[in-house]
Design a protein around this ligand. Structure first.
Ligand SMILES: [Zn+2]
Length: 103
């Protein structure tokens, strides 16, 4: 009798070379055969892959110095995620901090 449990995990990565930040989605299959052989199988696109670890390859610059964050790290540090779209122009006109004379 084996029990099988699957869990979706989003793992954040950051490249130490170009500071690119990205996330990869994994499916983690928890395997327990009740003989003390509990383990995890990491799947990506349905294929078993090694668990994410520092040394991942950066998709932008190709170097192998990417590091992982704890899951949920980016949710607490949204400033690390580069905006997908260029920021919308700010409708607020730039105001000089010094008030102009009115005449
Ligand atoms: Zn990189």
């Amino acid at each position: 009798m084996t029990s099988l449990e699957e869990e979706r995990r989003i793992v954040p990565f950051e490249c130490r070379g170009c500071w690119h930040v990205w996330e990869e989605e994994y499916l983690v299959r928890h395997v327990d055969d009740h003989h003390g052989n509990a383990g995890e199988v990491w799947l990506r696109n349905g294929l078993p892959v090694p668990p994410p670890s520092p040394g991942a390859i950066c998709p932008r610059c190709g170097c192998q110095s990417a590091t992982t964050f704890p899951e949920g790290y980016l949710a607490r540090h949204p400033e690390l995620i580069p905006p997908e779209q260029p920021a919308a122009p700010d409708a607020t006109p730039l105001l000089s901090p010094v008030p102009r004379p009115l005449y």
